[in-house]
Design a protein around this ligand. Structure first.
Ligand code: ATP
Ligand code: MG
Length: 283
């Protein structure tokens, strides 16, 4: 199966709606796709105590949103790193600074949310938290890699209309998937959620259990509960989603790229998503 054009997809949905699960399934089915999960990237930084991680830890713990500025730098850096966008100028600041720092652990164009996110050192973190030189705009907006192999899926970013506006300046999204599941169903599901932290793989004790309880299917490593899956923090995350999702959906509806999919379970949603992806992107 070949891609007709570069797919640039974002997933929008309430916390726990199963964005990570859908992302993983799409990647498995379409190996040409790669994914960035903003939550996984942030958690990776928190876990490894990078300056960026330390900066965002309390926000994540309380179910708040990390600042748009920081998120944008983090994601645009990752887009550069994977070769999906290029700086307008070969000496663009983002490329020189960021690739020196992050490139050590991420191969440009490496695929899959399966690989762990880039490790960030102090230099990168300092760059990401400095106000200047956001995505190389000193030289104008970056160029977009139009090759179908530069297809990607963003899970968890953009999350606000402001983030979407700024992402548009870097790379145009051609499919925004809004995943909808009733809140009661999601809350029930969150209580059984276990994750494999290094890869971001998600399991659920009732819907999608690991083959060996408490262990990742692929690596056999232990699964953990996410710190922000407690009922209280979940409520705060839901509240943030409720506030920000409507303008975000409107943003993509106006662009004509919004597609909504509903279901009570991930298993119900996946085939619909796969069909739509094939219809839009497969030759
Ligand atoms: P799920 O992964 O179950 O769909 P979620 O969307 O709430 O749930 P993540 O996407 O993993 O979870 O994000 C976890 C936390 O990371 C968020 O609560 C928020 O604090 C921070 N975060 C992630 N993406 C963004 C973003 N685009 N803007 C601001 N904060 C973000
Ligand atoms: Mg997620």
């Amino acid at each position: 199966m070949r891609l007709r054009r570069a797919a640039r997809i974002i997933l929008i949905g309430a916390p726990g709606v199963g964005k990570g699960t859908q992302s993983e399934r799409l990647l498995r089915r379409f190996p040409q796709l790669s994914a960035i999960s903003s939550g996984d990237l942030l958690r990776h930084n928190v876990k490894h105590r990078t300056p960026l991680g330390i900066k965002v830890e309390s926000t994540i713990k309380s179910g708040g949103l990390v600042s748009d500025d920081l998120m944008l730098r983090l994601i645009s850096n990752e887009l550069h790193q994977r070769g999906w966008i290029f700086p307008a100028h070969p000496d663009g600041h983002v490329m020189t600074l960021a690739s020196a720092a992050i490139g050590a652990t991420t191969e440009p164009g490496s695929s899959g949310s399966g690989g762990s996110p880039a490790t960030m050192d102090a230099e990168t973190a300092a760059f990401l938290s400095s106000p200047a030189h956001v995505h190389g705009h000193a030289y104008g907006p970056p160029r977009v890699n139009e090759d179908p192999s530069a297809s990607f899926l963003l899970d968890g970013f953009p999350r606000t209309a402001a983030q979407a506006d700024r992402l548009d300046e870097i790379v145009p999204i051609n499919l925004a998937v809004s995943i909808r599941t009733p809140l009661e169903v999601i809350i029930e599901r969150i209580s059984g959620r276990w994750v494999h932290e290094p890869s971001g793989r998600v399991y659920n004790t009732s819907y999608n259990p690991p083959r060996v309880p408490g262990r990742d299917d692929v690596t056999g490593e232990p699964l953990v509960r996410r710190a922000d899956d407690s009922e209280e923090v979940y409520r705060a995350r839901w509240e943030r989603f409720r506030e920000t999702s409507e303008p975000l959906l409107e943003h993509y509806a106006r662009k004509g790229v919004l597609w909504e999919v509903e279901g009570m379970s991930s298993d119900e949603i996946t085939p619909k998503l796969v069909r739509e992806f094939e219809r839009r992107f497969i030759e």
